[in-house]
Design a protein around this ligand. Structure first.
Ligand code: UDP
Length: 250
């Protein structure tokens, strides 16, 4: 059993990339249903504090992994350290590597027009045996869902990555989880933008120092409003990290 830390009522798994990939392999072998992975960062918790539906989705997910350094810090503060960040961007690259070895089929949904295809080409070049069986920008709009689901199911993808941003991507996966035939679905935020190099990724030294968020702020200054969620997250962690954001459901 993988260790976990409960932060504001959400269980975050203490995965390394290897244990996480092993979990994905198990789910694909089981093949019984879709498993939902949320790549959580501090923004997720602040959004959840204002959006109970999103909070319940995080609670229902099969795994929440610590995409953001703030989540790793908060866990340390609670005395239950997480071994590492497991980011959507690096995670997708590692999934692609494993997928090329094991024959898992990937579908990349979301991001701006053409970006998923660009990211797919980068990954195919890195891992020549990789099967990316579909890419589609799509939209989270409700009326589009049936045709998107059809497209994904027709592709017989094992793993579905969704880049609609949080909370939309995870609400979308949760809403349609019973109609999707993939075995694993995960929200990946800006992962295709980084892999396709549409948006530059922070240099490794900044990632190591936990400053990736600062690099993103410098690159995309319009994100400053979103960054205001960071102090709110710190406040939530300091004042009530061990308590759930909402009472348990009856
Ligand atoms: N996006 C999308 N449709 C939407 C909203 C967002 O395809 O309706 C994409 C957007 O183009 C980007 C990704 O979702 O590729 C989310 O990126 P963001 O930087 O917000 O995610 P983060 O990495 O910060 O979670």
């Amino acid at each position: 059993m993988i260790e976990q830390v409960t932060l504001l009522g959400v269980q975050v798994q203490a995965h390394t990339y290897n244990s996480w990939l092993a979990q994905i392999e198990t789910w694909i072998k089981q093949g019984d249903r879709l498993h939902h992975v949320c790549t959580v960062n501090p923004e997720f918790f602040v959004i959840a504090s204002q959006n109970e539906q999103f909070y319940r989705v995080l609670q229902q997910a099969d795994a929440c992994i610590a995409d953001g350094i703030g989540v790793v810090w908060a866990a340390r503060l609670l005395g239950k350290p997480l071994p590492t960040r497991v980011t959507g961007t690096d995670g997708l690259d590692k999934i692609a590597e494993r997928a090329a070895m094991y024959g898992w089929r990937l579908f990349l949904l979301g991001a701006a027009e053409g970006v998923a295809e660009k990211a797919a080409n980068v990954l195919r070049e890195r891992y020549p045996r990789l099967q990316i069986v579909g890419t589609y920008a799509g939209s989270p709009a409700e009326q589009e869902a049936p045709s998107i689901i059809q497209r994904i199911n027709d592709s017989q993808a094992d793993i579905l990555c969704v880049a609609f941003g949080a909370p939309t991507q995870d609400l979308w996966i949760n809403q349609y989880r019973h109609q999707l035939c993939a075995k694993v679905a995960m929200g990946v935020g800006g992962a295709y933008d980084f892999i396709a190099a549409v948006v530059p990724r922070a240099p490794k030294w900044m990632q190591r120092l936990g400053l990736e968020w600062l690099f993103r702020l410098i690159q995309q200054p319009w994100r400053w409003r979103r960054m205001l969620r960071l102090p709110v997250f710190v406040w939530l962690v300091i004042t009530r990290a061990r308590r759930p954001l909402y009472p348990p459901l009856p």
